[in-house]
Ligand binder design. Structure first.
Ligand code: NAG
Ligand code: NAG
Ligand code: NAG
Ligand code: NAG
Ligand code: NAG
Ligand code: NAG
Length: 486
């Protein structure tokens, strides 16, 4: 089956004249990105779609089925994974509501010039232990109802429902965690078994999110080099197989877990993989480019893993930074983008995995910014009352993104005054540079001087605001002292 898919893919590429011998364009075609939209100021969807097209990114995974996103994707050949958020899984346990969802969010776009939908993601990592089993029994019925609705609508052969799962759904019980001993978590084994059987019946892939970055935190003794792809001094030996990176080891633990259920050949899609660039001492441009410089060429060469050599369908996480994401997992959550908040590439990256200069990512076009105005701590501000300063910083950081200020982050070296200016500016920008939002009890003033320092960039926000995410201005204008009294 897999051979057949690869062969027919080859034929399609041949007929499209896309094969460029000597370069492994096959693989490049496979690489996708996750497009999340939890930002205070979003690039317009049409700008993002143009960014994808300009960078030859042919696959995108969404976290919903937002109408304006879908309209922007319509008419392109970009392959799309739409998604049902976890909070709608309960509703999808109802057959009719699942049918309605498919009608409104999938088949509505199935026309010439519509959206090239390939997958429906049912939930997002619903079995995470931090969800306390809230979604465990809701996931399989939702998956079944959605795929059945797709089948009934006559699109089931080309559009597959799948469940993006976190890599904590399986583990290796051996002391040295050898991948060949992989098995699904015992507490969810019945659910996983049902899901895997159903995916198999429908020729749908298993979707897994793999985060070598998070492995660094799962175990304090985790060897850092094992997160990357440049080799390690002590590989994990699994029989005669050597594992030199956690991506392969993790992926093959899944292959073994599937094999234990009798489905060792099930297609696997990597729904998320990536490395953040700020908000943590291990999240920076150097380590992110080290990670991608290892990952992308391997994917381009169709290396696969020891248990699954060959092509792997992969979606990078993520496309653009999201300054309004929850930071419960860590400050790095807002810095996963390969592009900054405004669609500028953070570092040179050749998506095709060849590290070829003329193929490096290009920036989004026609981005509108507010004018070059920053909000800073006044040079003559009376800061004798340190508590007042701290309260104002905390206030600003409650409503704006200050995750770059933490230890080891891009602005981690600022002193308290620098912290204050950073926080005040972040708030001023998120409030669309409304000059009433740069006061902070008389401590702050607007300046036209770029107050960025070293690695710490004091940003100018984009002029295109999505004001619904902003703090209502009336509330924003209650200055901290007043708010603290509430
Ligand atoms: C859809 O996206 C647009 C902009 O990208 C946003 O303004 C809108 O609120 C979103 N709709 C929903 C229902 O989330
Ligand atoms: C997707 O389906 C749900 C449920 O039917 C509906 O509420 C929602 O509006 C749909 N989304 C869009 C973008 O049409
Ligand atoms: C899960 O349970 C813990 C402890 O009981 C609680 O603190 C947390 O808020 C719960 N999380 C969810 C998503 O319900
Ligand atoms: C600056 O702010 C960060 C984040 O709030 C904090 O961890 C750090 O201690 C502050 N540094 C100074 C010098 O105030
Ligand atoms: C604030 O902006 C408004 C309009 O943009 C302007 O009329 C006003 O003078 C500004 N106020 C200050 C204190 O700069
Ligand atoms: C401000 O200065 C920083 C550091 O020199 C630079 O990277 C950034 O682009 C500048 N910002 C603007 C809006 O010009």
């Amino acid at each position: 089956m897999t051979g057949f898919i690869i062969l027919s893919y080859f034929i399609v590429l041949l007929s499209l004249g896309l094969l460029d011998y000597g370069s492994n364009i096959l693989l490049v075609e496979g690489l996708g990105v996750n497009w999340g939209t939890m930002a205070s100021h979003e690039l317009p969807p049409k700008t993002v779609v143009q960014l994808l097209l300009d960078n030859d990114i042919k696959k995108v995974k969404l976290f919903d089925a937002n109408l304006s996103t879908m309209n922007a994707l319509a008419g392109t050949d970009i392959e799309v994974m739409v998604a049902i958020p976890n909070d709608q899984l309960l509703a999808m346990n109802d057959v009719n509501r699942a049918k309605d969802w498919v009608r409104r969010n999938v088949t509505q776009y199935s026309f010439n010039g519509g959206v090239n939908i390939k997958y429906v993601a049912v939930g997002n990592e619903p079995f995470l232990t931090s969800y306390n089993d809230s979604f465990v029994s809701l996931t399989f019925p939702a998956l079944r109802n959605i795929q059945n609705a797709l089948n009934d609508a006559g699109v089931g052969s080309s559009i597959k429902a799948t469940v993006p799962l976190n890599a904590d759904v399986y583990f290796s019980p051996t002391s040295n965690s050898v991948p060949s001993a992989g098995q699904f978590r015992t507490d969810i084994l019945d659910h996983m078994t049902q899901i895997v059987h159903f995916l198999h019946q429908n020729n749908a892939p298993f979707t897994i999110n793999i985060y070598p970055f998070l492995s660094l935190y799962a175990d304090e003794h985790f060897p850092v080099d094992f997160a990357f792809f440049d080799g390690v001094s002590q590989p994990i030996m699994d029989g005669n197989i050597q594992y030199t990176n956690v991506f392969d080891a993790n992926f093959d633990t899944l292959v073994s877990s599937l094999k234990a259920l009798g489905f060792g050949d099930m297609p696997i899609l990597v729904g998320e993989v990536g490395w953040p660039t700020d908000g943590d001492r291990n999240a920076n441009i150097n380590l992110a480019s080290r990670f991608y410089n290892g990952l992308l060429p391997r994917l381009a060469q169709n290396k696969g893993t020891p248990l699954r050599p060959g092509y792997i369908e992969v979606y990078l996480f993520g496309l653009i930074d999201e300054d309004a994401k929850s930071i419960a997992p860590g400050n790095f959550e807002r810095h996963w983008g390969i592009f900054r908040y405004d669609g500028q590439p953070k570092f040179p990256m050749d998506f095709r995995g060849h590290n070829q200069k003329n193929k490096f990512l290009v920036r989004a076009r026609n981005v509108q910014y507010f004018s070059k105005k920053w909000c800073a701590l006044k040079s003559d501000a009376d800061i004798s009352d340190q508590q007042k300063l701290v309260d104002n910083i905390n206030y600003a950081c409650t409503y704006a993104d200050c995750t770059a200020l933490g230890y080891g982050s891009s602005c981690g070296g600022l002193d308290t005054n620098g912290n204050a200016s950073y926080a005040f500016n972040a708030f001023f920008q998120v409030q669309n540079q409304d000059n009433r939002s740069c006061n902070f009890q008389g401590l702050a003033a607007i300046t036209t001087q770029n107050i960025s320092q070293g690695t710490c960039n004091f940003i100018i926000q984009m002029g295109t605001s999505s004001s619904w995410r902003l703090l209502p201005l009336s509330l924003a204008l209650l200055m901290p002292s007043m708010l603290l009294l509430l």
